[in-house]
Design a protein around this ligand. Structure first.
Ligand SMILES: [Fe+2]
Ligand SMILES: [Fe+2]
Length: 430
C-alpha cells in the first residue's frame, strides 16, 4: 500500500528480517501467575511477560518512536513487530534489555527504537518473544502541520492514583484526536516507591500504549523512600527520552519537534541533585542556548516543572525578588535572551495564566508563561499573585488538564476541569 512504499531504507532493511507469525497459534507462557493481576490488564492470560507498555517521544516523531516496557523475567529475544495499519507485512525491531533495580524491585527494562517510519502514517505494533505476542497497539506518526497535545500537570496522588486515572480517562474521552501527551513532572509522589509507579502506569493505561509521552522530571522524582534527595533512578529507568549529548545528565533534559513546534523539556531539579551530581544548571543552560538557536520551527516552547513565581510571599510585594522564584531568577534571564514563545511550568498545583513577562515584569515583548495546574489529588491553598496572575481557578481547586492545539499561525491553550468544562483559553498568534 502507498504508506508502506514511503518507508525509508532503514525500515526496508528491517523488512528483510520479516517474521510473520500472525497465523500461528500463540503458545502460553503462564508467567502471569507471578504478577499482580493489574499488571496484566492489556494482555490476555496467554500473552507475553510485559507490562507498562508505552510510547515515548523521540526527537523527530514523524520518522521514529521509542517503545518501552518491563518484564519480570529476562526476555533478551523480545522484539517489536510493526506494520502499516491493517497490512500483512511486518517488520521486527530488536529490543535492548537491561536489568532495572529500584524501590526494592528487580525488573527487566526493554527499549526498541522504531526508525525509518513514514510521516503522518497509521501503524500498529506489538511485543513478541518467539511465538508469543501481545495484541496490536495503534501508533500514529507526526505530520508537518497542525496537532493537538494533552498536557497533564503534577499527577502525584495519595488515593491509589484514582484521581490521575480519572483525569486520563476524561481527557481520552474528551480529546480523542490528541496526538501525544506531555507530563509536567511530579508524576508520582515518591520517585523510589515502586507501587506508585505501578499505579501511575495503570492510571495512564487508556493512552500510554497508543500515544507517545513527553515527560518532565519533577522534584518528587528525586526523593527516596525516606524523603531524602537522591538520583532519580526510577524516572530515568522508565523514560528513555531523546539524547542530549551529555556525559553526566543524559536523559535528564531533551528537546523534540512536533508539527510547527519545537519543545525544550528542561530539568529544574539542580537544587535536589547538585550535592549528588553537580553541574546540571550550567550544562543545561549552555545546551538550551544551542538547542533553541538551532531550531527553525516557527513556535518554540519551553517545558519545565518548577514554577517561576514564589507564591510563599503572602502579599505578593517582595521588592527585591519581585515575587520571582529561585528557579525563575535562574532561568528567566536566559528566556529573555532566547525569547521562546511560551514557557509552561507546574509544581505549584494550581493553574495560573501569567501572561507575557520580560525582565521580571509584565511586558508584551516577553515569553508567555502558564503554570499548568494539577491533575493529582495533592491540593494546596495558593493565594493569588496580584502582579502576575491574569487568570486563576476558583479556590479550592480540584484539578485540571490542558490541551495545546498548534498550527502555523497560532497556538491555542485550553484548561479543562475534571468535569470536562472549559475553565480558561488563550490564543497566541504570529
Ligand atoms: Fe508537585
Ligand atoms: Fe514539584
Amino acid at each position: 500500500m502507498e504508506v508502506c512504499a514511503m518507508m525509508s531504507e532503514a525500515f526496508a532493511i528491517s523488512r528483510r528480517r520479516f517474521l510473520n507469525i500472525s497465523s500461528r497459534t500463540v503458545a502460553a507462557l503462564g508467567l502471569f501467575g507471578l504478577f499482580p493481576a493489574s499488571w496484566r490488564r492489556v494482555f490476555a492470560a496467554d500473552g507475553p511477560d510485559a507490562f507498562f507498555v508505552r510510547q515515548i517521544i523521540t526527537e523527530d516523531s514523524r520518522t521514529s518512536r521509542m517503545i518501552a516496557w518491563e518484564s519480570a523475567v529476562s526476555e533478551p529475544e523480545a522484539v517489536v513487530d510493526l506494520r502499516c495499519a491493517g497490512a500483512a507485512d511486518v517488520a521486527s525491531f530488536a529490543a535492548r534489555e537491561k536489568v532495572f533495580v529500584d524501590g526494592g524491585e528487580r525488573l527487566f527494562s526493554h527499549e526498541a527504537l522504531l526508525t525509518g517510519l513514514a510521516p503522518d502514517t497509521s501503524y500498529e505494533y506489538r511485543l513478541r518473544t518467539g511465538d508469543t505476542a501481545s495484541p496490536w497497539f495503534s501508533l500514529q506518526t507526526a505530520a508537518d502541520g497542525t496537532f493537538k497535545a494533552l498536557i497533564f500537570p503534577d499527577s502525584q496522588c495519595s488515593d491509589g492514583y484514582r484521581t490521575w486515572r480519572n483525569a486520563v480517562e476524561k481527557a481520552a474521552q474528551q480529546q480523542s484526536d490528541a496526538d501525544f501527551f506531555i507530563m509536567m513532572g511530579d508524576l508520582v509522589d515518591n520517585g523510589e516507591a515502586a507501587y506508585q509507579w505501578r499505579q501511575w502506569f495503570e492510571g495512564a493505561a487508556k493512552i500510554i500504549a497508543r500515544l507517545p509521552c513527553a515527560p518532565l522530571m519533577g522534584n518528587h522524582e528525586a526523593y527516596d523512600l525516606n524523603w531524602q534527595c537522591r538520583l532519580p533512578l526510577g524516572w530515568l529507568g522508565y523514560f528513555p527520552v531523546p539524547g542530549n549529548g551529555s556525559l553526566h545528565f543524559s536523559g535528564w533534559y531533551y528537546s523534540f519537534d512536533w508539527g510547527v513546534c519545537h519543545f525544550a523539556a528542561l530539568n529544574t531539579q539542580w537544587e535536589e541533585v547538585d550535592a549528588l551530581r553537580a553541574g546540571l544548571f550550567e550544562e543545561q543552560a549552555a545546551w538550551l542556548r544551542r538547542d533553541l538557536a538551532a531550531s527553525r520551527k516557527k513556535w518554540k516552547i519551553v517545558l519545565m516543572h518548577k514554577d517561576i513565581i514564589e507564591y510563599d510571599y503572602p502579599d505578593g510585594s517582595d521588592p527585591v525578588t519581585g515575587d520571582i522564584s529561585a528557579t525563575g531568577r535562574a532561568l528567566m534571564p536566559i528566556f529573555d535572551e532566547l525569547r521562546p514563545d511560551v514557557v509552561l511550568t507546574a509544581h505549584q498545583h494550581t493553574y495560573r495564566r501569567l501572561g507575557h513577562i520580560l525582565h521580571f515584569a509584565p511586558s508584551e515583548d516577553g515569553p508567555f508563561y502558564i503554570d499548568t495546574g494539577n491533575c493529582g489529588n495533592c491540593y494546596y491553598d495558593v493565594p493569588q499573585n496580584m502582579r502576575f496572575d491574569k487568570k486563576m481557578l476558583a479556590q479550592p481547586e480540584r484539578g485540571n488538564y490542558m490541551t495545546l492545539e498548534a498550527s502555523a499561525g497560532q497556538l491555542r491553550f485550553q484548561c479543562f476541569l475534571p468535569d470536562g468544562s472549559l475553565a480558561d483559553e488563550v490564543v497566541l498568534q504570529k
